[in-house]
Design a protein around this ligand. Structure first.
Ligand code: ACO
Length: 319
């Protein structure tokens, strides 16, 4: 039994903060941000919106996409909702429970997963296990975050990176290969290089980051997890058709693509427009490629992410 990705959806706020906007606020330049990160703009959630609002909108987009393929699909068929987030409006009700209520499902397993920017790969892996064990037949897996709201607006080392968004996969039990394998890791040893304190317990709770240390660890561990994924499936890197990376930094992404000998036109990139949307970056990038009809049935797609914790992981998918 496999879990297959049968629909995707996303929500991107319509307001964008550009490098030019940031030049007016802090001592930085479009040239510095573009060459160091590949980012030109990032979507920013309106103040009257919440992460569960974005998650619900992304879920609705995915539900509509599945209903277009299968008019008989009913949301009550969904047995599981997992939302990867570290920026939801409340600790409880969880973001997943709020989506469940708004989407109109009476009873299904619903919970959040916190693994920072690796959250979506973690949530996908957990949902895959629920499907593989026969516990549920359909699952909504959401990545939703608003990290732009957690940065000190005057800290040029963080405010340039993060945007807000939500993305969603609908998984379905299938006899045919879908998610082939997932590989998750965490190591708390260097956790202090990327932290976000809980607002309830600290007055000063802005995101703190030692960017250069995060960069070096990300490049090293993502190379390791790519090797681990290929070896676990006895695959050669030439068999990978697409890379859908967490969109943290174009140079980190290029290093992973190089490890796979994959040309950059086989890498799904949203970083220039969206920046780093944390747990939302993989599902929104994936959804953009689906909407542009980039993937063919049977394509092998590698997802990978690295984030606070420190956490990292990958998922290999047959589309
Ligand atoms: N504009 C201009 N100069 C800047 C800026 C800026 N926005 N930010 C930092 N600088 C300066 C620094 O002060 C430093 O100046 P100095 O040499 O006089 O001390 C210089 O630029 C170099 O700083 P570094 O931090 O070494 O720059 P680096 O090349 O490492 O780029 C960056 C910084 C873009 C943050 C990079 O390290 C990076 O992308 N790291 C990964 C971050 C990441 O992925 N974080 C998210 C993880 S996912 C999650 O879980 C949230």
């Amino acid at each position: 039994m496999y879990s297959k990705v049968v629909a995707t959806g996303s929500f991107i706020p319509s307001n964008f903060l550009t490098n030019e906007d940031l030049e007016k606020r802090v001592d930085t330049s479009d040239e510095w941000i573009t060459t160091r990160t590949g980012i030109k703009s990032r979507p920013v959630m309106d103040d009257d919106m919440t992460v569960p609002d974005m998650a619900y909108n992304a879920a609705q987009d995915a539900v509509k996409s599945l209903q277009a393929k299968d008019p008989n699909f009913n949301v009550e068929e969904i047995g599981l909702i997992i939302c990867a987030t570290t920026t939801s409006s409340s600790m409880f009700p969880s973001c997943a429970c709020q989506v469940q209520g708004r989407i109109g499902i009476k009873d299904c397993i619903s919970f959040d997963v916190a693994a920072a920017c690796s959250g979506f790969v973690y949530a996908l892996s957990v949902a895959d296990k629920f499907i593989k064990t026969g516990t549920v037949k359909k699952a909504l897996v959401i990545g939703a975050d608003a990290l732009s709201k957690t940065c000190d607006p005057l800290d040029r080392s963080t405010i340039i990176l993060f945007g807000d968004a939500a993305g969603c996969f609908i998984l379905e039990a299938s006899e045919q290969a879908g998610i082939i394998s997932t590989h998750l890791h965490a190591n708390n040893e260097h956790a202090e290089i990327l932290t976000l304190d809980n607002k309830q317990f600290k007055a000063e709770s802005h995101l703190q980051m030692q960017g250069n240390a995060v960069f070096r660890l990300a490049v090293a561990e993502l190379a390791n997890v790519v090797t681990e994924t290929l070896e676990a499936n006895n695959m050669d890197k030439s068999e990978v058709d697409w890379l859908v990376p967490h969109q943290a930094n174009i140079r980190i992404i290029a290093a992973t693509a190089k490890k796979l000998d994959l040309p950059m036109d086989r890498v799904i990139l949203t970083i220039e427009k969206h920046g780093n949307t944390s747990a939302a970056s993989i599902p929104t990038a994936f959804d953009s490629a689906v909407k542009e009809n980039k993937f063919q049935s049977g394509d092998i797609i590698l997802l990978e992410a690295f984030g606070g914790g420190m956490t990292w992981g990958s998922a290999l998918i047959k589309y």
